[in-house]
Design a protein around this ligand. Structure first.
Ligand code: COA
Length: 169
């Protein structure tokens, strides 16, 4: 059975490596700042996690000790008028483990963590339109698209629409 959990201190460098992998594979999905910085050093991941409004949910690599196979980040909005919302980001499963329930398990655990944050009632997501597996995953969990921003991301001469999704917690 696939088991998702919150990240531990010992996972910081493994997470950094997973973050490098996601940015390499799908820069159009993951290139937003400040999250690019999380690839630089485990201490940067630690610093990001020191904020109680930030969390990373991970799934262990089944064959390689200390490595991670899947992850979801969540971040609570900080301003008073937005604190009822959190954003999920960096949803990723290593290619060799896709289609085996990792992404769903990580996202469901992230939803439970967001629910545990007092006052958080909405989880938001931004999904590049070409990420059809991700759109399918989020819809199957209950996220609804409330809008699509055309030409939201431009990268290496390509333009990408971005779906804005939300889930009531
Ligand atoms: C999106 C992603 C995280 C899904 O991870 P995963 O571990 O393969 O997901 P799961 O195995 O838990 O699949 C859960 C659901 O997602 C959907 N899904 C996953 N892969 C799919 C595919 N190839 N085609 C269609 N739907 C798919 C299905 O609804 C699936 O449920 P089902 O197995 O009951 O049909 C993974 O494909 C990925 O890392 N993609 C590249 C990065 C990316 O696009 N991230 C999202 C950025 S917003």
């Amino acid at each position: 059975m696939v088991e998702a959990r919150k990240i531990h201190r010992r996972d910081l460098d493994a997470y950094r490596r997973l973050r490098v992998a996601m940015l390499k594979e799908a820069p159009w999905a993951f290139a937003s700042l400040p999250y690019v910085e999380l690839t630089s050093h485990p201490s940067v991941v630690k610093q990001w996690l020191d904020d109680p409004g930030n969390e990373l949910v991970v799934i262990d690599h089944p064959d390689e000790d200390g490595e991670l196979a899947s992850a979801v980040g969540i971040q609570r909005e900080t301003k008073a008028q937005f604190r009822h919302k959190a954003v999920a980001w960096g949803v990723y499963t290593l290619p060799e483990f896709r289609g085996q329930g990792y992404g769903e398990a990580a996202m469901r655990h992230a939803i439970e963590v967001a629910r545990s944050w007092s006052g958080v009632e909405t989880l938001l997501l931004h999904v590049t339109g070409v990420a059809s597996e991700a759109l399918e995953l989020y819809s199957s969990i209950g996220f609804e698209t409330w809008g699509v921003e055309p030409d939201c991301v431009r990268l290496h001469g390509e333009s990408y629409d971005v779906h804005r999704m939300r889930l009531s917690l």
